[in-house]
Write a protein that binds this ligand. Structure first.
Ligand code: G3P
Length: 214
């Protein structure tokens, strides 16, 4: 499973990328707003750090405006992936961009039907939101499993990018289901690295080593 960072925090992207475990980055207007910097500058800097796809979301809502905005964003770097909402206008724009060979990530996907349609429109990624479905009493992980089954049935090339993942259970279950990608905040990646038994074991080994030096 590929791991994308769901953030625009440059220092965290840089340090986790150095571990060789990061395959891309996803952003949205809310995430970039937190940086207090110009949208295009942040995307350019992230693209210069990470080799994989960097999702940059359009804010236009009509097909012509979305296309214009997307064609500007792809000029920033070769690894920009255009993030579009899963709406009628978004799917139209997805089709137009994928016909030009431009990577598209269809976001705010909440049903298997939406996922099937965006795959047909040539999306490189579909982003089903796990946590937000859980929030309203649905089962976000079941949606990931449903999409996996459908995509396998028809050999769609669209990658399932599990989004709005909030905890270690979401992470491991997505890997078991076979999500192609998961996007998570840097804090979650960092929390997975640490385990109290690793720390305790290290302490025991260090103490025992001292005994061998007497
Ligand atoms: O990847 C989408 C993510 O930014 C949304 O996460 O936790 O706001 O539902 P959340």
């Amino acid at each position: 499973m590929k791991i994308f960072l769901d953030t625009a925090e440059i220092s965290q992207i840089r340090s986790l990328n150095e571990l060789g475990i990061i395959d891309g980055v996803t952003t949205n207007p809310s995430i970039i707003a937190k940086s207090g910097r110009k949208f295009q500058d942040v995307i350019a800097e992230i693209c210069s750090i990470v080799e994989g796809p960097v999702s940059a979301e359009v804010i236009a809502t009509t097909r012509n405006e979305m296309l214009t905005e997307a064609l500007e964003l792809v000029k920033i770097a070769a690894n920009v992936c255009i993030k579009l909402p899963t709406t009628l206008e978004g799917i139209h724009t997805c089709n137009a961009l994928s016909n030009k060979g431009i990577m598209v990530n269809m976001t705010l996907c909440f049903s298997a039907q939406q996922a099937l349609l965006v795959a047909k429109a040539g999306a490189s990624f579909v982003s089903p939101f796990i946590g937000r479905l859980d929030d309203i009493g649905h089962d976000g992980l079941s949606l990931i499993a449903e999409i996996r089954e459908i995509y396998n049935n028809y050999e769609f090339q669209t990658e399932i990018l599990a989004a709005s993942a909030r905890n270690s259970y979401h992470f491991t279950q997505c890997a078991k289901i076979g999500a192609d990608v998961i996007t998570i905040p840097p804090s979650l990646v960092e929390s997975f690295i640490k385990h109290p038994l690793t720390d305790k074991g290290l302490e025991i080994f260090a103490n025992d080593w001292k005994l061998t030096q007497k």
